[in-house]
Write a protein that binds this ligand. Sequence first.
Ligand SMILES: [Zn+2]
Length: 114
Amino acid sequence: MTLEKIILEILESRDTTNPTEVRQYCLDGYGLRVERVMDISEDDALKEGCVGTPCNHGSEWACTDCMNTGYIEPPSLDFMGMWDQINKKRGYSWYDNPYAWVIDYKILETGGNK
Ligand SMILES: [Zn+2]
C-alpha cells in the first residue's frame, strides 16, 4: 500500500470529510507522521482551525499580557478543547496524550461542490 492510499484511507475515515472532495484536491506535497497529541505546534493548531485569543499589543516590545507570544490564549488551547469534544468519549482524552496521525497536504484545487 502506498503512502498516498494510506492517507486517503485515513481522510476517508474522518466523519467530517467528504471522500469525493478529498480525492479531488488534497494530494500534493503530502506527508504523514505520528506524534503525541500534546506535542501539537501552534502552527498546526491554526491549521486545524483553532485561533486562540490573539493579543493586540501592536508595536509594544515587552507585552506582559502575552509574554510576546502574540496570544492571550494560544491556538493549542482551543485545539485541546476541540480534541476532547471529539475524542474523549472514544477513550482518547487530551490528558491521556495519545498518539495521533498528523497528515500534511496542500490543496490543489477547491472543487466547489460543497
Ligand atoms: Zn501581547
